[in-house]
Design a protein around this ligand. Sequence first.
Ligand code: S3P
Length: 457
Amino acid sequence: MSAASPPTPAVARRGASLSGAIAVPGDKSISHRALMLGGLAVGETVVHGLLEGEDVLRTAAAMRQMGAEISKDDATGIWRARGRGLGGLVEPADVLDLGNAGTGARLLMGLVAGHNFVSVFTGDASLRRRPMGRITAPLTQMGARFVARGAADGKVLLPLTVIGAAAPIPIEYALPVPSAQVKSAVLLAGLSAPGQTIVVEKEPTRDHSERMLRHFGATLDVREENGVSRIALTGQPELSGCTIHVPGDPSSAAFPVVAGLIVPGSELTVRNVGLNARRTGLYQTLREMGATLDIGDRREAAGEEVGDIHVRAGTLVGVDVPAARAPSMIDEYPILAVAASFARGRTIMRGLGELRVKESDRLSAVARGLAACGVEVRIDGDDLIVEGCDGAPPGMAPGTPAIATHLDHRIAMSFLVMGLASRQAVSIDDIGAIATSFPNFLALMAELGGDIVVGHA
Ligand code: S3P
């Protein structure tokens, strides 16, 4: 189902406890990067466990439009990319449509900024609302030029044209916002520049680009001093095709994990979840809330830590989540806010300004959705404050309009999980966006015993 299809509502109801063991699809961040670097490297890249969500398929299509050979072996499920070599991408003959994928659009803009051709980017209604100035600012310093919509209002919005730099300039760039997408865009442009491209980040964001660039043979020097990281990439490396094992996405695992904690009597396992320390803030927070959450069989797969997460339902208590933790759980606040609604006492989630520019304005979407489910919630500046119900929240009173998901997969999945444990059912207006990151979400939740019905209540 595409996010642009007619809306398909769904309703989730409290039923029996959840149980079983599942594996969630591959990590979205790692999957995008595997296809991009595989399409740039010389030789063949073999990808096991690629996320076949709409966002990643858009990146595959865009890389193909620029000359990379990318294919799936249907018998094994293995994906292969044969790259053009650094600098070898060709001008796309048509617009690059990244759909709902912010990561796809922003990282690819970095990639093409160092290629001497013209490309045009667009996306769905959600992506066309998201700010691109954070990407075009450093890439302009590197020599790329942009013509974008929104300029009259001082914004930079898709559709947007990139005129790649003929001679990209290496820069040193201090991230003004903690964003792995901005960091990655600068590093990907820096691949085409001579000398060192340096990104300085005050708050550690996900480091999948750094790890994967090294895996493909690039040289990165990372220094940390007083909590500030200085990431120096040596430009114009030889990138060689390699094998990648994509771990399960911790941001997708978050939904069954929280469901297992809040549906009374549940006990379940999510296998093979990526546990990169820059992604696991939610799991740390849930433990602080008193969750029974154990990680078994910790191991390493292709430079990323993975493990099996086992949870058992029980009482949660409200906590104060510091702003410094936001980058390590930036995509998990909607589902944490759902967990907080079931807790005893107040949960304060601090420093969530970045949530306003995700697939939707998640701060207001979460607050409105929780309020519609009878939860006391407020936004104070950039903080979200949830008064826990000490057990199941009321859910939606009859006649309440379905939760508006605004083309946002994580809002859709969070409120379906909420409905699995609330006293009354919770309905959402559209499941379409779920396919961007977690195409088999409904099937896996059904396998665990969750009662989610597609269609009107
Ligand atoms: C991502 C970085 C984060 C995250 C997004 C994926 C990435 O965005 O929200 O889902 O793969 O680099 P920001 O860099 O905007 O924080």
